[in-house]
Ligand binder design. Sequence first.
Ligand code: NI
Length: 138
Amino acid sequence: MSDLVRLSFSIEQPLVDKLEQLVARSDYDNRSEFIRDMIRAKIVEHAWEADEEAIGTITLVYNHHSRLLNEKLTDLQHDYHQMILATTHVHLDAHLCAEMIMVRGHASDIRQLANLLQQPKGVLHATLSMTSTGKQLL
Ligand code: NI
């Protein structure tokens, strides 16, 4: 860990109150760690805007009885095979499946794949969670 630097800066009291509320609500032990994580979140956000390499997890919930849906989802994943790191499939019940697809690639490509995967009929819900490769955070 790099050396710590003590900073001093000015913030209006209402904003300080809001910061204290945010820290308390987030269960952080101290303000410093909360602010560090806020800065890291901003760095990662900027990296996505600059279309840098990112890590994503696309989660799909779908009905596997939908006609040709498994084939469509598999075809799409093969089209983007260079980006796919791992896939986990869970049979939720007799009809529904959840699939978690972990990907690595440019932020725009990850978003595009997530958009394509949520479109076929029978996909009931899709979420994309994106994070950093960590390179920008060292
Ligand atoms: Ni299944």
